[in-house]
Design a binder for this molecule. Structure first.
Ligand SMILES: Nc1ncnc2c1ncn2[C@@H]1O[C@H](COP(=O)(O)OP(=O)(O)OP(=O)(O)O)[C@@H](O)[C@H]1O
Ligand SMILES: [Mg+2]
Length: 254
């Protein structure tokens, strides 16, 4: 199983939209067996796939806090072939605190230990992270082979990128496999700000960039209301085409 964390310390840069659509395309277009993990207490990815409310018995919070958890108890089928989910609920907020208080066993390797149980079941695990560095995000990095950073170009777009790269380096002590696979631009529009942002980041050696950019379209907002991945909701829209290309690039690079 190859594990990819989608992460950026900034909020609202399309981490969730990217996670949902990358996972859905890997599963339905490329026939990969995919597990998507919602690692954000907001639970947006979970809601996308209807893994929320009373249907949920165990979730990401239990994986972090329960000793010897059977991970299968926290995995739910989605309605899409080859695509399962570990959801998150608000319980993840308390779980983050509980892990920090519980020093009786290692705090940073709980997710990776649990995922080891299903190492051979899935081809890909995609983790949608919160815009934060908390212990659940550290757990995600510790278990990730690759890191993908979605970037939305605005005045503050590059704030915190250096901090994120530093965190990835820190995690390397426990997880020597971790690699910043690439950054990619989201909500891209043809205007001066986006062109200049694109040029700036492509000139930075520390931040490898994918060629694919995800264009801005109202169809993405609409897909969140419909709670459908883009390929289901608007198969011919620009962002759908862009995510299809992006996934091809990810597969070529890995
Ligand atoms: N390509 C796009 N075109 C237009 N709107 C987009 C696009 N991608 C994402 N959005 C919109 O931007 C908003 C933020 O997206 P998303 O929830 O994926 O960001 P996030 O990084 O996961 O946010 P958070 O940090 O809160 O978890 C959403 O309303 C989404 O519909
Ligand atoms: Mg999100």
């Amino acid at each position: 199983m190859k594990t990819i964390s989608i992460i950026n310390l900034k909020g609202g840069v399309a981490k969730t939209i990217s996670s949902v659509n990358i996972a859905h395309i890997l599963a339905t277009v490329h026939g990969k067996k995919v597990l998507i993990i919602d690692n954000d207490k907001q639970g947006n990815t979970s809601k996308f796939f209807g893994a929320c409310g009373e249907n949920i018995y165990k979730s990401m919070a239990d994986i972090l806090t329960e000793k010897d958890i059977k991970i299968s108890e926290a995995i739910y089928k989605t309605k899409y072939e080859n695509l399962d989910i570990i959801p998150a609920t608000m319980a993840l907020l308390k779980a983050n605190l509980d892990v920090m208080l519980d020093m009786s066993r290692p705090q940073q390797t709980r997710l990776s230990k649990a995922l080891y149980q299903i190492e051979d079941v899935y081809d890909y695990c995609i983790i949608d992270n919160a815009p934060d560095i908390n212990i659940s995000v550290i757990n995600a990095l510790v278990t990730s082979d690759d890191v993908l950073i979605p970037i939305k170009v605005d005045k503050f777009a590059f704030d915190g990128l250096d901090l994120l790269v530093e965190q990835i380096e820190n995690v390397r002590e426990i997880n020597p496999n971790i690699k910043l696979q690439a950054c990619f631009l989201t909500m891209y529009q043809k205007n001066n700000v986006n062109t200049q942002g694109d040029e700036w980041i492509r000139a930075q050696p520390d931040y490898p960039m994918l060629d694919s950019k995800i264009r801005k379209t109202v169809k993405v907002d609409e897909s969140t209301f419909a709670q459908k991945p883009l390929l289901e909701y608007a198969k011919n829209c620009t962002a759908t085409k862009d995510y299809l290309e992006l996934v091809k690039e990810i597969l070529e690079e890995s």
